[in-house]
Design a protein around this ligand. Structure first.
Ligand code: NDP
Ligand code: MG
Length: 381
């Protein structure tokens, strides 16, 4: 029986993890959960799954939490750390969105838990630090992101020194058919968060629409698999989840229906595989591939540049993007402004070596403040 902490249990990945637990009560017990603002959903989750510890990361919302069920409640900045490091827990699902998830990831590794990682932003910001911490603590970081789960599965086909390239697939998002920058005019928040193949949280949906999600995933892959040769191809059906190319020219791919159930579950059960509730894959689809349109969607180019630059470059890119997406979601800037703003902040910032979690947090504070302060000037609005 695996004893889980689910950090970000009220989100898209958190709720899908709970579905897996619900279907497999003999295999998993939820011992700790965290939420940020969605107290109504949290109460329902607590009453159904009866965890021992409940974390509410946003202190202002903690007073609304009210349950007769006896559990210990931790509010505020210690919530992620307490849940991730609890001795009642052996597996931590890191499903918080954004850099805010970093403390949970770090604590889970320091406490030597099995880490099922969905929170890509923490690895993007602190990749070198986190992977070194995992190595020292002998912890395997198991990918939840579907592309990285695919790569991880494909890597069993050969030796790591024989890998030539990791090739991620990208659906292209809702606007892949657009050919001119003027086509982006007037894109609404509602259009941007409606993804053709996946139902996800708002932030990652916007990242998928701008293609920044693929940029973040290239950086994530670089750290998870210690490989600098990472690239991507557009595959609109999202059936091939990613590929690994070996020295001899063999390309190994992993296929399944577009579902997060499989990658989440595999991160929890590995090395075992158990049935999923997703219907069997039917071979009735045409699989197509296209080159990315990087002149139009240029954020992945910046992500590749940040991998080359190293140091704090990926962190700066991510932090500028987090703020830009927030500004778009609050309707202060337009869709096309996201990439303009991120590029401008990224290109104006100097990079330095990251030595600690506080270095990462300082960059986050500095870059998000700068993005918030300068966006009107940069975008001339
Ligand atoms: P959601 O927005 O659906 O959920 C985010 C979760 O994080 C919620 O539980 C939310 O709590 C909590 N949260 C939000 N802000 C904070 C904060 N400042 N501190 C602590 N907790 C916070 O996101 P997703 O589930 O879609 O994504 C989660 C992560 O997984 C992201 O990094 C994403 O890139 C990655 N991912 C997601 C996929 C998907 O299919 N959704 C696929 C692959 C990766 P509350 O709701 O209570 O406010
Ligand atoms: Mg993904």
């Amino acid at each position: 029986m695996k004893k889980l902490a689910i950090l970000g249990c009220t989100g898209s990945i958190g709720l899908q993890t709970l579905d897996i637990v619900r279907r497999n009560p003999d295999k998993f017990k939820v011992e700790a959960v965290t939420a940020h603002t969605d107290i109504i959903s949290l109460q329902k989750i607590v009453e159904e799954f009866r965890p021992s510890i409940v974390g509410i990361t946003n202190e202002n919302y903690a007073k609304n939490f009210n349950t007769c069920y006896p559990c210990s409640v931790v509010a505020g900045k210690d919530a992620l750390v307490e849940c991730a490091s609890s001795s009642l827990v052996d597996t931590v699902v890191c499903a918080v969105v954004g850099m805010a998830g970093l403390d949970g990831v770090v604590s889970a590794i320091q406490a030597k838990k099995r880490v099922a990682l969905a929170n890509k932003e923490s690895l993007v910001c602190a990749g070198e630090y986190i992977t070194e911490l995992a190595r020292i603590n002998n912890v395997n970081i198991l990918p939840v992101d579907s592309e990285h789960s695919a790569v991880w599965q494909c890597l069993t086909a050969g030796k790591s020194e024989d890998v030539e390239q990791i090739i991620l697939t990208a659906s292209g998002g809702p606007f892949f058919s657009y050919n001119n920058i003027s086509d982006f005019d007037g894109i609404t928040v509602e259009q941007a968060i409606t993804h053709p193949n996946w139902k996800m949280g708002k932030k990652i949906s916007v990242d998928s629409a701008t293609m920044m999600n693929k940029g973040l995933e290239l950086i994530e892959a670089r750290w998870l698999f210690d490989c600098n040769n990472v690239d991507y191809i557009i595959h609109p059906q999202s059936i091939i989840h990613s590929m690994v190319k070996y020295k001899d020219g063999a390309i190994i791919a992993q296929l399944s229906n577009p579902t997060m159930e499989l990658p989440i579950q595999l991160a929890l059960t590995y090395p075992d595989r158990i049935p999923t509730a997703t219907p069997d894959f039917v071979f009735d689809k045409n699989l197509t591939f296209f080159q990315p349109k990087e002149d139009l969607f240029y954020l992945p180019k910046l992500a590749k540049d940040s991998i080359k630059q190293g140091k704090s470059a990926p962190c700066v890119l991510n932090c500028a993007n987090e703020k830009a997406v927030e500004l778009f979601l609050s309707r202060k800037i337009g869709f096309v402004d996201i990439q303009k703003l991120v590029k401008s902040i990224y290109e104006k910032t100097e990079y330095f070596k990251i030595n600690s979690v506080s270095d990462v947090k300082n960059i986050f504070d500095e870059i998000t403040a700068k993005t918030a302060m300068d966006y009107k000037n940069i975008l001339r609005i």
